[in-house]
Design a protein around this ligand. Structure first.
Ligand code: HSE
Length: 313
């Protein structure tokens, strides 16, 4: 058993348009890292939180009770920890309030790192409830559509009524996700409070149809049906006005061959699915459209079967 480890947990696309709070997709090459080491001090302590530039993070608290990585790690340690404790260092790679599952990535990296230091580490899927404790603190609700794909990788179906069980969904061959992060911030907890409390029967029927068709089409690699079904008629209409470049980026994505387009989580990030051969051009077109609206941005392209959290050197 080693005395220290570092875990990486990827960013993720929440909702994936069709499945509000119950469908999530892991991203590749962008995520948070948590370093954990055994200490003689009992319990979980948080030494520091740094950004990708290596500097101390200007906004995130290093209070153990206020960081999703340490909150989630504490939840796990309280049940399975033994003598002594663990000290964490968090390295944020996911932009804050970006709709890319930033708080979930920290929470997942926190539990994966601490799990590796336990005498008998749990199977990865059993870590979900502990990681969710961190997400609950950040967003004020229990939704696993960022935590589950960040932990497990790929595309995960995780409706609240079935938690802690989740379902790994088949992803279509040759399809990638493209995510553009406009340089804006949206607080998920606030965005969730602003949503309408009810849904009209017609909206509910439409959204059920889209979600079922999308999941089935992904398993069959049916790109035509993915294109018809990757839609959100319930949540996106309520949220898109908060992202001023939404319409311009959507138009650019559609002109460049997107199979579908929507907000990532509560935004401001915007994502599209497309044939992998078109992903580079699509990312460029979406970025240009965003900058055309006077908003700086960055983008990432990911396979739909991006890996979940893991230990790194
Ligand atoms: N499902 C959540 C929401 C994800 O849309 O509020 C937050 O990133």
């Amino acid at each position: 058993m080693s005395d220290s480890v570092t875990a990486f947990a990827p960013a993720s696309i929440g909702n994936v348009a069709v499945g509000f709070d119950m469908l999530g997709l892991a991203m590749a090459n962008v995520g948070d890292r948590v370093f954990a080491r055994r200490t003689d001090t009992p319990g979980v302590t948080l030494a520091e939180v740094r950004g990708i530039d290596g500097e101390l993070h200007p906004y995130l608290s290093a209070n153990v009770e206020e960081n999703t990585a340490s909150i989630a790690a504490q939840a796990l340690w309280e049940v399975y920890g033994t003598e002594g404790g663990v000290e964490l260092k968090v390295y944020k790679g996911v932009p804050l309030q970006s709709g890319m599952g930033s708080s979930a990535a920290s929470a997942v990296a926190g539990v994966v790192a601490v799990n590796a230091l336990l005498k008998k580490p749990l199977a990865t899927e059993l870590l979900l409830p502990y990681a969710l404790e961190g997400e609950k603190y950040a967003s004020g609700g229990v939704h696993a559509d960022n935590v589950a794909p960040s932990l497990l990788g790929g595309m995960i179906f995780c409706p609240r009524v079935l938690l802690p069980e989740t379902i790994r969904l088949a992803v279509p061959d040759g399809v990638s996700s493209v995510l553009v992060h406009p340089d804006l911030q949206i607080n998920t907890a606030h965005a969730r409070k602003s949503l309408a409390r009810g849904v009209a029967m017609q909206q509910w029927l439409s959204q059920q149809g889209y979600m079922g068709a999308f999941i089935t089409a992904c398993a069959a690699s049916d790109l035509s049906m993915i294109s018809k079904s990757l839609k959100d008629v319930v949540i996106e209409p309520q949220r898109k006005a908060a992202v001023s470049c939404f319409d311009a980026v959507k138009e650019a994505a559609e002109k460049s061959g997107a199979l579908g387009f929507s907000l990532s989580g509560s935004g401001p990030s915007l994502f599209a699915l497309c044939e992998t051969s078109k992903a580079g051009n699509l990312a460029t077109a979406m970025e240009q459209a965003c900058r055309g609206q006077g908003i700086q941005c960055e983008s990432w392209v990911s396979p739909m079967d991006a890996p979940g959290a893991h230990l790194v050197d």
